[in-house]
Design a binder for this molecule. Structure first.
Ligand SMILES: Cc1ncc(COP(=O)(O)O)c(C=O)c1O
Length: 263
């Protein structure tokens, strides 16, 4: 990319807009990618060039980059009827009730309540707050440690980025928060030694992962969302921890906008 032309949308973007997770010097020198249109899984930039957007934006555009007539109509009708309301201090509204009920009907059976946030980062911060709240209520306010994976990404907010194992995202901010710990990630493809089988790798990681007095023992080395979920369940059952699972199942299964709390 070349430096943006004066007064172009790209030059105005550089002049007026700070992008998260962006090298601002590179942005200034090369300009932004300005996306003007979507069509299913494709996006188009301002020159009309199209791209297959295989990451679904930030892993969240599962319905594509344009709304169907039905979705657009539902959004339009709702905006006309009630464009905004919150759920603080006992306020509610019909759609949030419907959505909570629907989510619980398809979520793992251990969950009995939903709490909504505006982003995955906030969902993870909220899960962490619920865990801390539980331990404060039980008289264990010092129980603050949260274990994340090296290389893991859980979002951009202070707690979520702290539990993420990304030194590049911590540098310059005085993060991670001191109660966050990081352990290895069981990624056979990236981390196995020459000649090491998946089974040998899994056994080695099982040893490595006997963290927190064996809380998640026996489950490392498997990569599926189910395995991570089982490991979290085991930890919860072993230690009778609060059943706050959004960080676990949300991140393992790509549902990070949903936090669940079981009774
Ligand atoms: C696994 C995971 N957790 C959390 C997040 C943060 O979500 P958000 O960008 O909605 O704050 C992301 C976003 O990319 C993610 O991929």
């Amino acid at each position: 990319m070349n430096a943006p032309l004066p007064n172009s949308p790209a030059a105005r973007d550089v002049a007026y807009h700070v992008h998260p997770q962006t090298n601002l010097r590179k942005l200034r020198d090369e300009g932004p990618l300005i996306v003007t249109r979507g069509e299913g899984c494709r996006i188009f930039d301002e020159t009309g060039k199209d791209y297959i957007e295989a990451a679904a934006g930030l892993w969240c555009a599962s319905l594509g980059f344009t709304a169907s007539e039905r979705l657009a109509r539902a959004a339009y009708d709702q905006m006309k009827q009630l464009g905004y309301y919150h759920t603080f201090r006992q306020a509610s509204h019909p759609l949030v009730i419907d959505l909570a009920e629907k989510l619980l009907s398809i979520a793992p059976k251990t969950m009995s309540k939903a709490i909504f946030q505006c982003s995955g980062s906030e969902a993870n911060d909220t899960a962490i707050k619920l865990i801390w709240y539980y331990h404060h209520a039980k008289g264990n306010p010092a129980k603050m440690k949260i274990i994340g994976r090296k290389g893991g990404y859980h979002g951009n907010t202070i707690a979520a980025v702290s539990v993420s194992g990304r030194p590049d995202m911590h540098a310059g901010f005085g993060l991670p928060l001191p109660m966050m710990r990081h352990t290895e990630f069981p990624h056979y493809y990236r981390l196995h030694e020459d000649g090491e089988s998946e089974e040998q790798f899994a056994i080695a990681y099982r040893r490595e992962a006997n963290i927190d007095s064996g809380a998640v023992r026996g489950q490392k080395g498997k990569l599926s969302g189910d395995a991570v979920f089982q490991a979290c369940q085991l930890a919860i059952e072993t230690y009778n921890r609060p059943r706050v699972l959004s960080g676990c199942i949300g991140d393992a299964q790509g549902l990070s906008r949903f936090s669940g709390v079981a009774a």
